[in-house]
Design a protein around this ligand. Structure first.
Ligand code: GLY
Ligand code: MN
Ligand code: MN
Length: 344
């Protein structure tokens, strides 16, 4: 969402020391750079802009022949870490974004039926988000059947078939703050037995991983989810062997090949670090991250055919509080019975 504040509005609302119009950039930047020790600038992010920065630095240098060299550094990780803990206003915006995306996911569950196309459901999200002056926080994934096994699928143009699942990964932005939700549900409103078997494992992994508390490190939910998924796949006979050994060997990666989640904020993948001084960051109140385990079994996988073509991910947005995790996106059902009841 674009918010036009103007230079005065930018100073007032965001507490910048100074703000100028874009057409003043060539005259103002060299003045501001002159005499500084360090310029923070992330090179290579915006086409054509790097050369402008070099020009401004050169101009700044020519203004004062005795000035010392100016260092240049990428400040992204410094700024990224400032974004790690959200204040109460930011949390409010993120809850609003979570609520709107939750409403859209529930509407999609109600409206999905065999014979529609993936783009019909995508359009439900487009419309609802635009009606609330919001927009997608990332390209949505609306993936019927085996398409759910393609992690970054976004063609969103195939037929929705009776008996298959639909995986939707979609979120929106409110005042710049993102939500990021995934739900997987049966296109005809009723889970089949094989679908339920896989779904229950992902749901258990997700719920256990959400139970992270202040003081846990960010990798704890990852390991929790890997262990539960490994155990579940062994119980179904999809993986064979000792659960701990298989976990150590990373055997689950054939079916669960991505990370449990990421920081969430102004960007859907917020750019804060995951380690500080080589140590994993510990969870503190005000941090928000996603918890999104999945199991993906494309056709031809090394297991019984009953599970072929099943791709399931469940994703919620979690705020760490002093008293435990708060699920900002809990309104969208993830329990299979609740999903079936809503779809009925
Ligand atoms: N939708 C992007 C992600 O889940 O990471
Ligand atoms: Mn995510
Ligand atoms: Mn997502």
């Amino acid at each position: 969402m674009v918010i036009e504040l103007g230079p005065e509005g930018a100073k007032e609302n965001y507490f910048f020391d100074n703000a100028f119009n874009n057409d003043e950039i060539n005259s103002e930047l060299p003045n501001l750079i002159q005499g500084m020790d360090k310029v923070f600038y992330p090179f290579g992010k915006k086409d054509g802009f790097d050369q402008l920065v070099i020009n401004w630095m050169k101009t700044a240098g020519t203004k004062d022949r005795h000035s010392k060299a100016i260092d240049i550094a990428d400040g992204s990780s410094l700024i990224g870490n400032l974004r790690l803990i959200k204040d109460s206003t930011e949390i409010q915006h993120m809850q609003t974004a979570a609520d709107l995306a939750s409403k859209a996911h529930m509407q999609a569950m109600i409206r999905t039926r065999p014979g529609l196309y993936e783009y019909h459901i995508t359009a439900e999200f487009d419309t609802l988000f635009r009606k609330e002056d919001s927009e997608h926080s990332y390209p949505p994934i609306v993936a019927g059947g085996e398409n759910a096994c393609i992690l970054h699928y976004n063609e969103n143009n195939k037929l929705l078939n009776d008996g298959e699942l639909l995986l939707i990964d979609a979120g929106c932005e409110i005042l710049g703050y993102a939500s990021d939700i995934t739900r997987t549900f049966p296109i005809n409103g009723k889970f089949s037995e094989p679908q339920k078997e896989i779904y229950e494992i992902v749901l258990k992994a997700q719920k256990s991983a959400i139970a992270s508390k202040v003081g846990n490190n960010i990798m704890d939910p990852q390991i929790t989810s890997e262990k539960i998924i490994t155990k579940g796949l062994v119980e179904l006979g999809i993986l064979k062997g000792d659960v701990d050994d298989l976990h150590q060997q990373g055997a689950f990666k054939d079916f669960y090949m991505h990370k449990i989640g990421h920081w969430l904020g102004l960007d859907v993948h917020d750019p804060s670090e995951y380690k500080e001084n080589k140590e994993l960051i510990k969870l503190e109140p005000g941090m928000i991250f996603t918890v999104e385990p999945g199991i993906y079994i494309p056709d031809g996988s090394n297991c019984d055919e009953r599970w072929w073509g099943i791709g399931i991910r469940i994703e919620d947005d979690i705020l760490v509080t002093k008293t435990g995790p708060l699920n900002l996106t809990a309104k969208v059902p993830s329990d299979p019975k609740e999903i079936e009841a809503l779809m009925a």
